[in-house]
Design a binder for this molecule. Structure first.
Ligand SMILES: [Zn+2]
Length: 274
């Protein structure tokens, strides 16, 4: 099954509350929403549970995303851990199954140690408090932060209850535009195959990048990278995936990706009929 969703409340949703946003996602015929916890949601437990119930009723799968600035190095470590745990508590009340976060910076020796240990500490807290939320570790678009595909795989191998968040725009930007063909996309799935994921959690959009990596996100139609290649891989291998659109034209592009996926299906069907 391939599900499509949006990062945050749809732009065309006049009502800016999460509850209305979830209902709007359903009306757009999408199936998922990644709630951005970049600022305090300002909601009590009761409200969060109500949003979760609305999502459940409409069949909209909720996930969440912590604030972007995360730093697990010495000075900021405790604050960052606390930030992620607070988001985890809210995510748990919402019934979100994944909390996406960033890996922060490399340790002084250039290793992943600070990040891995901090993620382990956070996940232990989740387990001890019966919070059924997996931590999604995102691939990042700039080489100076933790989040190459290899980094993410290493962390997920070492810490139980974590999954990779395959942000293809970020992978493309960080590797100087390496995602050009269907085979290039297949390599990404091959790299994470040892994690035996039942569903791939994906971020997708176009991306503008330069030698220092990701600069900003672009609409899907810019084909950097090409969604059609990803669609072909997903269909060919019958992968289950949740694709969260992060394009500047949010829901418009989530629906556009659905259309591209359908076109790829049609083409494959027409070919088989010949
Ligand atoms: Zn992110």
């Amino acid at each position: 099954m391939i599900r499509f969703g949006v990062a945050g409340i749809p732009l065309s949703c006049k009502w800016r509350s999460l509850k209305e946003g979830v209902t709007f996602v359903k009306q757009l015929n999408l199936d998922a929403m990644e709630i951005r916890m970049f600022k305090d949601l300002g909601l009590e437990e009761e409200d969060l549970k109500e949003v979760g119930e609305t999502a459940h009723f409409h069949g909209v799968q909720l996930s969440a995303h912590t604030p972007s600035y995360i730093d697990f190095s010495d000075d900021e470590r405790d604050t960052s851990i606390e930030k992620v745990i607070n988001c985890g508590e809210a995510a748990s009340m919402l019934g979100a199954d994944v909390l996406v976060t960033h890996g922060g910076f490399y340790s002084l020796d250039g290793s992943l140690d600070n990040t891995t240990e901090s993620i382990r500490e956070i996940r232990s807290y989740f387990s001890e408090n019966n919070m059924d939320v997996r931590l999604g570790i995102e691939t990042m678009g700039r080489p100076d932060v933790v989040g190459s595909l290899e980094d993410v795989i290493q962390i997920c191998k070492k810490v139980k209850g974590t999954i990779p968040v395959l942000d293809f725009a970020h992978i493309h930007a960080r590797t100087n535009g390496s995602l050009q063909t269907v085979e290039d996309f297949e390599k990404v799935f091959k790299a994470v195959s040892s994690l035996r994921l039942k569903e791939y959690y994906i971020h997708f959009s176009g991306v503008y990048f330069d030698e220092s990596g990701e600069r900003y996100h672009l609409p899907i139609k810019r084909d950097t990278p090409k969604f059609e290649c990803l669609a072909q891989v997903l269909l060919k291998h019958e992968y289950n995936a949740r694709i969260i659109c992060e394009s500047p034209v949010l829901e418009h592009d989530a629906q556009y990706m659905k259309i591209i996926l359908d076109r790829v299906k049609e083409k494959a069907y027409a070919k088989a009929e010949k």
